[in-house]
Write a new protein. Sequence first.
Length: 481
Amino acid sequence: MENWLNKRAQLSPHKIAVVYQNQKFTFAQVLQTVQQVAQRLKGLGLKPKQPVAIFGRNNLETYYNILALQQLSLPIVFLNIRLAAVELQYQVNNSQIQACLVDSTLENSAIAQVNNLRIITQQDLQQAKPTFYEVHDIESSQIASMMYTSGTTGHPKGVLQTWSNHWHSAMNTMLNFQITENDAWLCTVPLFHISGFSILLRSLIFGITIYLEPKFDVQRCQHLLINEPITIFSVVPTMLKQLLTSYQSTQPYNTQFRIMFLGGGPIDPQTLKLCQQFHIPTVQSYGMTETCSNVVALKPEDAVRKSGSSGQALFTNQIRIADKQTIGEIQLKSPALAVGYWQQMELYHSKFTKDGWYCTGDVGYLDSQGYLFVKGRLDDMFISGGENIFPNEVENVYHQLSAIADIVVTSLPNDKYGAVPIAYLTSNQHSLSNATLRAFGQQNLAHYKVPVEFRQIAHFPRTGSGKIQRNKLRFLKFKLL
């Protein structure tokens, strides 16, 4: 295939590609700007086929940088701008990137504390000498992107996503939502997440407009949904609840709006009922970084009839429940499934059954019509504000403190974020304080991973083999630090 931006600019040169802060740019205009950026990147001497990282907010700078790297056929490593410097350092070292494009608003952020990293700023680009480059056809098996997802081992995994993976994900979405050139997608989810990046790619493939917003702002989104011809909006449960809180039935969304696309974790029945009450067509889905967005989704017409379900497996995907149980681990097959974990291929292969099904680690069940209902995780992972939190990762950080004898992180239900992390710990030091523990966490972890409470206990309940019984923690007496 040709480069997707080049092809789209040829097919739909005058179609609006992106709207950012009320500025509108056609696909032809986007291509022209992206080519200029790519020429300057070429002038900086980037080596072919070696990955380059993106560290940026949702803005035109990041948008153009992503597309410019694709012009040069360079695999992109997406770095989460919310991570602490020590977390970024691990991912930079592990991914073996040759450089990192940093947007101008983040030059003095945590990325500046990372060692042995070539940072390319906007100023560097402006000063670079434009150099001719040749655009190559896309090879479907080529790695297009790598995104890190945490694991229960505490070591993030670099998920290897090919162009073919992204293509099949987009095709499934198009068939399920019956996407046309008249659709327009509101994107406030981060471009460094698969949820945001997949919207950018779908825009190129489908020839639809993206309304790109720097962040999720309730009032701004309500204004756009009411006044602009937006048809699809991707949200996580936290965002949806905030939208519903401020929704006014006297000012309904524009008449073309047809899909509130919900991902990032399960939603409670009460919220879905509110959506129905306000006539907001909410479509649940199920997917992960490893599947390049959703592999299961409701059809819009099933949103009410199958409320609470994530939907059916999309056209090229298959799902089953392990061991033919009523409720059990969700397993899948999909051409959108990533081809591996960077430098952890043994771990990747260990996630497959003998007959070739990928084990997701999620638990759910299928009804008689093949609709999936997700119950939760096999392990202890939980989602806070759309972000996955793995307790072991947080525990490993706090184990660095000599004052902590042992620590276990779990979650507490929260109306705003769905859940928030809390920690149970044992310590022989009386001087340990909440302020000290939170400050340490903020220095070494993304802010959403820092426990909101620290509960000191006398000892942990354990099994005969010495494993901590997490399910008994909530019954223990504790001292709140």
